[in-house]
Write a protein that binds this ligand. Sequence first.
Ligand SMILES: [Zn+2]
Length: 198
Amino acid sequence: MNSPTLEETAVADGTNKVSRRRFLKRLACGSLLAMGSPNIVQAAFSGFTAHKNLSLAHHHTGENLTLTYYEQGRYIHGALDEISYFMRDYHNGAVHSIDPALLDQLYDVKLLLGVNKPFHIVSAYRSPETNASLRRHSRGVARQSLHMEGRAVDIRMEGMSANTIRKAALMVQNGGIGFYPQSNFVHLDTGELRTWHR
Ligand SMILES: [Zn+2]
């Protein structure tokens, strides 16, 4: 089976019938089914709805947010604002707009996991000050982190291994996917397609 292109994996876009067909063909090849979720094929089919929603729980602030952020072919600005606030730098309260494409990545991963549990947000937007501070204490923090552009998020999910989340993200094949098993989270971003393991 050939490697899929980004276009072929644009599963969240209900207007792209070719992508849908190619994606479902990939499902039939078994790599998703091998992940062991009985809901996974059903989840993939349900990806072609006209609206997208997310449930989020913030690991540090204790806040929860469930909302529809995309409807009838467009993003809902008020919802994006709510998410941007939710994903603020929890160290100092700084708010930055969150890339809607990042939300679509989360949404696609959720569909592939076939569950309706909230993503636990370990880290999302980081102000330059916070990023610099974290860099002083951890070698796993990049100088030009996409967290500083509202284009990255670190996630985990209750009852779901980080490795399973990583596998679903790999199937989505969008942006960066970092696997941090010791800290039990997966980093997603909207940068170049790439993967790493720490
Ligand atoms: Zn990260």
